[in-house]
Design a binder for this molecule. Structure first.
Ligand SMILES: [Mn+2]
Length: 247
């Protein structure tokens, strides 16, 4: 994705949990980040920017709000592109489990830390199990109503498997004057229209098949990163203009 951004003159926003202080060893992170840092520098040399919106696994980056090397670190990004206003944030602040049960959430995070030492596939298994446990808690809290029953009262579109708190969070952020809201955090990718007319995107997770949004002059493309790298730039028209601007 970084190579794609460099080749096609995109700025980049890493929407939280891009590095995992909670679950990875410093050694593993250094190994992964070192090649990326050289690419970040190339993005910046081309006159583009790198934004990093803080997530719950890299919350320590809040100490560096403003800049880390070439990165602009921020709790969220309010982007204006063409006529559109787009809100980008990780989304964990809308996570009911994270807010209501911080110690339980921390415990699950630590279980994740141990499971990733065993194997990434085991981590995936634990993550899915985690999802099921949260669904179980919701089931108990709702007074033993199955999800299908609970979802009957939900009107409009929703991202498959996603808890209501995120759609509500996107709605809440969106009505403050945005055309689109982009979250991550849930590991469930999708794009839906909210009742307020705001478009909500979730770019899923970096595991398996990562998704992203590409934004150019108020237009938003949403899809798998692999589509960008194999099918090319969804906004190729911007290239000659910017190439000229870059001289
Ligand atoms: Mn997260």
């Amino acid at each position: 994705m970084l190579h794609f951004a460099i080749d096609h003159d995109y700025s980049i926003c890493i929407n939280g949990d891009g590095v995992d202080f909670m679950q990875l060893s410093l050694q593993a992170m250094t190994g992964d980040l070192t090649p990326s840092l050289a690419l970040f520098a190339r993005v910046v040399r081309r006159g583009r920017r790198i934004y990093y919106t803080v997530g719950n696994h890299d919350i320590q980056l809040e100490h560096f709000l403003s800049d880390i090397g070439p990165m602009n670190v921020a709790p969220f990004l309010n982007l204006r592109s063409g006529e559109k206003r787009i809100r980008i944030e990780h989304g964990h602040t809308y996570d009911e489990m994270f807010l209501k049960y911080p110690r339980l959430y921390w415990l699950f995070t630590m279980i994740g830390r141990w499971s990733i030492i065993i194997h990434p596939r085991f981590y995936k298994f634990v993550h899915d199990l985690n999802h099921d446990i949260i669904a179980g808690v919701e089931y108990l809290q709702s007074g033993f109503k199955p999800r299908s029953e609970r979802m009957k009262s939900v009107t409009g579109e929703f991202i498959e498997g996603e808890r209501q708190c995120f759609r509500e969070g996107a709605e809440m952020a969106g009505i403050r004057g945005f055309d689109a809201v982009v979250f991550g955090h849930t590991h469930l990718e999708g794009s839906i229209g909210l009742s307020s007319g705001v478009r909500y995107y979730n770019t899923g997770s970096w595991f398996g098949a990562p998704y992203c949004v590409a934004i150019d002059q108020g237009e938003i493309w949403f899809g798998p990163v692999s589509d960008l790298t194999t099918k090319g730039d969804p906004f190729p028209r911007k290239r000659p203009e910017q190439a000229a601007a870059l001289g």
